[in-house]
Design a protein around this ligand. Sequence first.
Ligand code: IFM
Length: 467
Amino acid sequence: MSSTEQIQTLSSADLALARVFPKNFVWGAATAAYQIEGATQEDGREPSIWDMFAAIPGKVHQGDNGAIANNHYHLVQEDVELMSQLGLGGYRFSIAWPRVIPQGRGAVNAAGLDFYDRLVDTLLTKGITPFATLYHWDLPLALHQEGGWTNRATAYAYAEYAEIVARRLGDRVAGWMTLNEPWCSAYLGYGIGIHAPGEQDLQQAIDAGHHLLLAHGLALPRLRAISAPNVPVGISLNFTPIYPADERAETLRDAERADLFVNRWFIEPLARGQYPDGLFAALEVEPPPVQAGDLELIGAPIDFLGVNNYTRDVVRGGTMSARANESIKVGPVPGACYTEMGWEIYPQALADLLIRLHREYGMQALYVMENGAAFKDSWDGGDQVHDPRRVAYMQEYIGALASAIEQGAPVRGYFVWSLMDNFEWAEGYAKRFGIVYVDYQTQRRIIKDSGLWYSALLEAWRANTVS
Ligand code: IFM
């Protein structure tokens, strides 16, 4: 389809939307290493906690794992070609620590670094700006065997790893994210065990969270020192804005408490150099083992905040157990629509969140580093995949983003999750988030209608912003 035809598929509202975004806005798509690469036993890569976790019966839907995934490790050229066909301006990918330093510390695997080096060069050749995440959940198994993120030493190993990657790619990447969603690594991985490594101990989650933040703080100055001048360094956090179901005092109190745990746990040490008051008491845990100087490192200014947002939670007071945030979520909100993940579609939350991060936390540069939706997509073997609900989701969320920008939120880019269907962690391959459909039998990629719509929007935006 030519770009002109694509522009014609846009409504007048879409065309107006495209006009809101400034010239240097980065429009991209995101993925993560374990979710797409496959080749987990090739070229010197050693196992990560996710290889271990996925091998435990019952942990991942239908026993799926990332051993083959989207075979992106071998199809990388084709996948970058696809990004180029979509007209993406940026691509956010993650680097697999166990591919680069298979034992977590020590010997560097040249083949691992070479892979990302080629990826970055291929992206640049196609005019696509590379944004790299250094840790998206695939901790080398060898480090897990020493306590993983509950062990302070892992933070130092991470900083060494980050430095090694920066020495190789820091002259070409456009931005670094130290971590992706440390809340998930800590809470889902160590607190309730639905993610790797599968521990179920809230105290471990709190301690792991601190070491993840420390890893970020230790790596930040090194990444800056090694990379080309002005390469921004940030972090991506997941946020689920909390809305009270009613105005009762107990609802307002519990909504505050949920916000503390879900949204403020990580942003406050980063933005203010301290954990939020009341967090550990509310969770009935001890504070993490903070050592002198840790919070100064963690609270050092970042160049941008990556914001990952998919949904919101509505809470009703009086039903909350201190440790079980889930219990206060109101069941289906009357009239609301939900994605296949059971997440409410509520675009206003993204606008509210971006404005809050700017006003309350003083964030001066924000990127939406993940936003998207899983729906039941079906493919009939042809060249098209119709996903009208995802098109509508993107229209509404990008609309909310536009409104946040109009209200002064300093948003510099948007990355849809995800470029293509992939391994959705504990949900295996059952949940499809891509704007590109993947037939896992043949590894064929088919651009969904949402991908065509996004491509057309970008084309319209480019047509408007060409000086
Ligand atoms: O697939 C994940 C991603 O790895 C991290 N953020 C949320 C996405 C959807 O669940």
